[in-house]
Design a protein around this ligand. Structure first.
Ligand SMILES: Cc1cc2nc3c(=O)[nH]c(=O)nc-3n(C[C@H](O)[C@H](O)[C@H](O)COP(=O)(O)OP(=O)(O)OC[C@H]3O[C@@H](n4cnc5c(N)ncnc54)[C@H](O)[C@@H]3O)c2cc1C
Length: 285
């Protein structure tokens, strides 16, 4: 597999010629030169698949207000737009260039909605211990004298998620990844960061982010395990067909007491406001 056993194949665009490459693909040409040290005008570019989008996210209405349950009840004062959100415009697979829709359109909507809503909101009282959770976590990370390294756990997480929770997955792979995540979570509790400073501490930020990556990987693996069908960017080799009766639903995930709880109750909105909508169809390619 791969060129000379490597984890990539070659994309040869030399036939396009220098003028066309510089006119139509200048950024890709520059990227290949800067990051792979390859001149696409003269030699093939090494390529490999990568995750370039996270489907799903914080559930929100088209007015970008965050919803908190299957009934789409709104959470006052909480808005989400962009890749972090799930406004349910992409289905199970965000098609190329459609990030623009959520970043620009819903970003703009969020701003306008917040301005409209603000006069109607009171400032809520913050609980006295509102920062305790964050402080405790930061203190724990700064003072931990474990032996595990953030970079090592992160690359094991990346490699194992790519291998066992990529687009094509099976129950066995996902269960293996579930166990791997438990192991990584356990090791994460024993990490040590060398920089103990409290200003511009990038080691600390990376450690905090790794905790979030581990947590959210859990939701992705659990969701993929429970969704016994294939749809969009999720292909279960052991369940290759789409199953609308059970799964034409959003997966809603809650993190409680260190565990993920998932439901498949929230219906997918198929009808547009000004359009009769689209019925899901079988993928023919
Ligand atoms: C390799 C690659 C190729 C892609 N190609 C395409 C494409 O061809 N077409 C397309 O439509 N989309 C593409 N995408 C996806 C698209 O780039 C993203 O969906 C889009 O940029 C997301 O924009 P955003 O503003 O929602 O989020 P982001 O651009 O991720 O912005 C979020 C910001 O929040 C900041 N942030 C995070 N946490 C905090 C915090 N706690 N406090 C303050 N700030 C915080 C981050 O630093 C970041 O600046 C691609 C993505 C990748 C990775």
């Amino acid at each position: 597999r791969g060129i000379n056993g490597g984890d990539y194949i070659h994309l040869d665009v030399t036939h396009l010629g220098e003028a066309r490459l510089m006119e139509r693909l200048p950024q890709i040409t520059e990227l290949a030169m800067n990051f792979a040290g390859v001149d696409p005008r003269r030699e093939p570019i090494p390529i490999q698949p990568t995750a370039h989008y996270s489907m799903g996210g914080i559930p929100a209405n088209p007015n970008t207000r965050v919803t908190c349950n299957e009934n789409r009840d709104e959470t006052i004062g909480f808005y989400a737009a962009g890749e972090c959100s799930c406004i349910s415009v992409h289905g199970a697979n965000r098609l190329g260039t459609n990030s623009l829709l959520e970043a620009l359109l819903f970003g703009r909507r969020a701003g306008k909605q917040i301005v409209r809503d603000l006069p109607h909101h009171d400032w809520p009282e913050l609980p006295a211990d509102y920062e305790d959770m964050a402080r405790e976590e930061i203190d724990r990370l700064l003072n931990s004298d474990g032996t595990e390294k953030v970079a090592a756990i992160r690359s094991e997480l990346q490699e194992s998620m790519m291998r066992d929770c990529g687009v094509f997955r099976t129950k066995e792979q996902l269960q293996r990844q579930h166990e791997k995540l438990e192991e990584l979570q356990e090791r994460y509790r024993r990490i040590r960061i060398d920089d103990k400073g409290t200003r511009f501490n990038t080691d600390l930020i990376e450690a905090i982010e790794l905790g979030h990556l581990l947590e959210f990987s859990g939701a992705i693996v659990e969701g993929a395990l429970r969704r016994e069908e294939s749809r969009g960017g999720h292909f279960r080799r052991d369940f290759p067909k789409r199953d609308d009766a059970r799964f034409l639903k959003h997966t809603l995930a809650w993190h409680r007491d260190g565990k993920w709880t998932l439901t498949f109750e929230k219906p997918v909105v198929l009808k547009g406001v000004h359009h009769k909508g689209f019925e899901p169809k079988e993928r023919k390619y």
